[in-house]
Design a protein. Sequence first.
Lengths: 156, 940
Amino acid sequence: MSDDMIHHGDSHQEYVTVMIGPQLFGLPISRVQDVFMPDTITRVPLASQEIAGVLNLRGRIVTAVDMRRRLSLPQVEGKAHRHAVGVEQAGEAYGLIIDSVGEVLNLAVDRLEPNPVNLDRRWASVSAGVYRLDGQLLVILDIDRVLAFGEEAAAA
Amino acid sequence: MDDLLREFLTETAESLDVIDIELVKFEQDPNNAKILDNIFRLVHTIKGTCGFLGLPRLESIAHAAETLMGKFRDGKPVTSEAVSVVLTSIDRIKEILGQLEQLEHEPEGEDRGIIAELERMSAIADALPKVDRNAPVAEPAEQAVERPLRPGEVSLDELERAFRETPSEAVVSAAPEQSTERTLRPGEVSLDELERAFRETSVESVVVAKPQPPEAKPVPAAAAKVEAEAKPAPAPAAAAPPAAAKAKPAGDVGGGDAEDVSIKNQSIRVNVDTLEHLMTMVSELVLTRNQLLEISRRNENNDFKVPLQRLSNVTGELQEGVMKTRMQPIGNAWQKLPRIIRDLSRDLDKKIELDMSGADTELDRQVLELIKDPLTHMVRNSADHGLETVQERRAAGKSEVGTIKLSAYHQGGHIMIEIADDGRGLNVAAIKRKAVSNGLVTESEAEKLSEAQIHRFIFAPGFSTAAQITNVSGRGVGMDVVKTNIDQIGGTIDLRSTPGKGAVFTIKIPLTLAIVSALIVESAGDRFAIPQLAVIELVRASTNGEHRIERIKDTPVLRLRNKLLPLISLQSLLGIEAEKPTADGEGFVVVTQVGNRNFGIVVDGVFHTEEIVVKPMSKKLRNIGMFSGNTILGDGSVIMIVDPNGIASAFGAAGESDEDEDVADRARAVENDSVAFLVFHAGGNHPKAVPLSLVTRLEDIDVASIEHANNSSLVQYRGTLMPLVYVNDEVERRSSGAQPILVFSDGTRSMGLVVDEIVDIVEDRMAIEISSQTRGIVGTSVIKGKATEILDVGHYLPLVFDDWFLSQDQATPAAKRLLFVDDSPFFRNMLTPVLKAAGYEVEAYSSAREALAVVKTGHHGFDVIVSDVEMPDMNGFEFAEACRGEEQLRRVPIIALASGSSPAAIERGRIAGFHDYVAKFDRQGLIAALKETASHLEAA
């Protein structure tokens, strides 16, 4: 049994990994409510561009955030197989629309490295750091910062 | 917080509210022993419970109040002063309760002053002779008769007396576990405690009753009966000998108590949060049910059909049931008013009667909470500002007592609340002064405002005309707060005021906020909900149907019952694009009303109306003013709820007048001179305008189709040749493309006025600032902040038809002489040609006095008089009356021109002597009216 598999209180953190575009991202599992396949998303006219719309998740209205838009990634045609990660902030439910969901990783907190200084501004503003995994990098998303776009829009 | 304490707080708060009301009633009807009993009982219960819970401050105040009330019960006269002191002590109790709720223990404080006051009153009462109030205490025999009627109530007091007389040890020995409390305050606390004890244990009650033989002989027997019934009540112990002999008290009382208990059991206290949660869950259930139904509909012949139908019905009933639990009578919001009015009438030295009707009208508790304060404020206002003092009322020849009428009733899914007073009405001059000093309007602007417009200033923030800040009103919390609160719940407030007669405020609010009826519409492939509240009607528009969407430049409009309705497309408003664009001009127009303004929202399709559960929007979406919330439809999809207020403000420039418009004031339509203008460019630097109502149609014509014959331009239009006139020489003669024209029609003939560009339709007040020397221009007016030349249509009409006037003359060979009175130069200029065109010889005057002077001096021999109604100095009604007084004018018909035609105004006109009443812009109507009076005269 490697150390990674054992939960060491504060020293380790579990992440739900997701693919958005070509990149692997990690979301702290403590903030993830559920993962679901968004059914029909109702677009909301005049909303900020990151907002994909609103949807009904088991009787609750969830605001869907298009993570590709949030990260300035190109849109894909045919969103049929897209997934959503349900998170909550200040009592409101959000669904982060991502491409696909991967495994859950348990990673040591001290292995988290700060964002490279030349990281894209927009990405840097939502990223809490980077893990070097075998063969690829895992960018950790700070959910509160990911959801901190409405204010910008309102101020603009 | 301790459960017991919480229950005490809620219960006591309710009791205190009742006491407030009852005391006010009692003061007016001091001989009503029943009211007194009720108050006494409530105060007594409060005192008892306070003692039980260990709240000495409250207890001592309640005790002193009870003592004073006891004096009243003993037949001492009730003075207004004494009632005031009791009310003050009730206020103090409320205050302590408020702190108690926060601190969870009784706050420190000093109540000696108020207690001393109460005691002083008691002493005064002692010194006074008794009055006959049929008080039960005074006549023991009657008490016995009364007791079977209200056994549960009276017996308590009686019991208290019995206990006071009974040595405390007896009780102590009977119930040892309660002894500590009881020895401390034997006479007082034991009662309530005992009552509770009685209810709980039957054995003990008998034990308690037993040690009393010396005082109440038949008690053992009564107690035995009670035991047999296994329903012990405190009453048997109280059963005094005569009562026992007369009316089988044990049995009756026991029964009475059971009834009492069962009434209590019929209602329980439920935490509001629990209800809210229940409501949410039911909403979810409704949505799930709808989803299931949808699925079932798609799969024919499945086994679920029948049970699903059942589920559906049950869900529906459940929803209704839960909704009902949220409904509360509006009277709950009024409870405090009698007390407030009573205090006010003393403070202000006015005699005020509060007349409340419709208190049982129910509405959602959420709405109720929100209107409570506004209502209270408005009633205060009516009492303070509205009603006059006794002297003033007497001087004005009114009855001394001013009335404030509060009524509530249902009207089409809304609750209407009216607050009417018969006071002095709003002080227009004071409001105007204040509005000017507050910088809301300039002095010159204020002069032009109608009374109704001035009234509306009271809704402006920080507006109070009360010269001094009184205890009652004028504390800066004004009508603006009232209006804001009412706006918040989607309601409207309306105001009518008649000087010297009083003011009426009408509030219209929706029944509930949680579930609203909404129209589900489609725009660009998406569905939206529009709250039914704002929707007036639905019009189907098509290019060849009855209703057609027309465009003025790029502004779409719809002709609806002789009015132009500005339109806005939901699609363009929301910036959404359809995958396949719908045919232009096809669609539905949702005619919407916000405040007093009507407009049409153009949508592609309309589905149905649905009861939707309004859910608040995410914070991320709240900055979008176009939506007020979102909801989940029966098919499970989420849709946005359109906010009509947001749309109204999106009408751009028109939004400036928003504040005026918001206050729905029907009177405004009558009194306001606001006119819709069609603004266009036609050479020159200044934009030009004509009243929209004069324009029949707007067309873009292909210049290639313009034909020139006999020095004039013509175009084939609707099967006839229509002459075209260029507004002036500067209007561009285009050689290709299209040129906009305004079509004016009169009867069968039409004329096209060629312009450069149509700019806009705006609504503004008509005020010619500079009259013009140029032919064809009436003068210059400021429209939406721009100097705009108003076109004289009358100038152009004869240019194309030389016989435009003449032809009419042929029909009426001897031109009739017409006297035309109107203070507005615009109307004089506009209507004179029209009247001339109709074959009249017109003499126009700008004031009624001038006209009257003319008709008085000589024999002008007018055949008919047309007069404006609203004129300064001497108005149309007075003018008509004056004409009636003139010998030579008595038989001359008079036609009134008014900007509005309410039945009341028409009636007034008829009495004043007008033959007919025509709307100002209704030219056809005026001509018809003239013809009719003419033929009428000939026949006569």
